[in-house]
Design a protein around this ligand. Structure first.
Ligand SMILES: C[S@@+](CC[C@H](N)C(=O)[O-])C[C@H]1O[C@@H](n2cnc3c(N)ncnc32)[C@H](O)[C@@H]1O
Length: 258
């Protein structure tokens, strides 16, 4: 899957780079605040932000981390992040095009690694986490946030279909025990965790990924016609023909390298 998947990531995120750099939902939020709280407590001198997207997490960490390296697989995204951060007058953020599965950094070279709302696009989690564990110093933290997988198989399948229709580079969302086991397998131990619900305006969320009008209409129909229990699990609010918003459930973890 890896070889054919990554061009999908680059195509979809390349087209929407500016939208991610300008996204208010990525620029702030209770979720970002929690990662910052955990990060400040670590007080690392050098941080790595994987899959930086529009650069919002890298920018926020640069306020208390002297050097932050921001990486992404998608070159236009990295360009958008660079312009966005330059516009904030911030020094100390460096950019490097990198696939999470092949990070071009020495072993144990970062005091903190962040990865926010991106792992759901990685073709496989384990090779990515092995790289994270490799570049982290012993005793340092990996701070990760991603969509929380649903416990119920039918609801999980429904939400997966919505996500894939909106952005075909979505792979899947993992449940908390799955994350813990993956992290354990690479030598990282979960120390802190949080689950946060975030209300997402439907227009903004679907608009950001530059769906065609046909694909968007099909997605709306798919959600509006879904069984009530699926719409409930998705937390969607709608009138007869219009979806207004839905609730994303996010899992945040701090895992330390043994
Ligand atoms: C939703 S954006 C990330 C948002 C960002 N972390 C923030 O806090 O605002 C997802 C990013 O993951 C990147 N990505 C997906 N697969 C990747 C991979 N294998 N290696 C590196 N970056 C990847 C995409 O290019 C995209 O920029």
């Amino acid at each position: 899957m890896t070889a054919e998947h990554k061009p999908k990531v680059q195509a979809r995120f390349g087209d929407s780079a500016e939208a991610y750099a300008g996204s208010a939902g990525h620029a702030q939020g209770e979720d970002l605040d929690r990662l910052l709280l955990w990060g400040r407590a670590r007080g690392a001198a050098r941080g790595l932000d994987i899959a930086t997207g529009g650069g919002h997490t890298a920018l926020a960490f640069s306020r208390f981390t002297p050097t932050v390296v921001a990486t992404d697989l998608t070159l236009p995204m990295l360009g958008a992040a660079r312009s966005f951060i330059a516009g904030q007058g911030v020094a100390g953020v460096y950019f490097s095009a990198a696939d999470v599965e092949a990070l071009p950094f020495r072993d144990e070279s970062f005091g903190v690694v962040t990865c926010r709302i991106a792992a759901q696009h990685f073709p496989e989690l384990l090779p990515a986490l092995r790289q994270v564990a490799r570049v982290l110093r012993r005793g340092s933290s990996f701070l990760v946030e991603d969509n929380l997988g649903h416990d119920d198989a039918e609801m999980a399948a429904f939400i997966l279909e919505v996500e894939k229709r909106r952005n075909p580079s979505h792979v899947r969302a993992f449940r908390q025990p799955e994350w813990t086991a993956f992290l354990r397998a690479v030598g990282l131990t979960v120390i802190d965790e949080a689950i946060m619900e975030q209300r997402r305006p439907w227009e903004q969320w679907t608009g950001r990924t530059r769906m065609s009008p046909e694909a968007r209409a099909d997605l709306d129909r798919f959600v509006l016609d879904a069984p009530a229990r699926c719409r409930e699990a998705f937390g969607s609010s709608s009138t007869a023909n219009t979806i207004v918003s839905f609730t994303d459930r996010m899992l945040l973890l701090r895992a330390d390298k043994d």
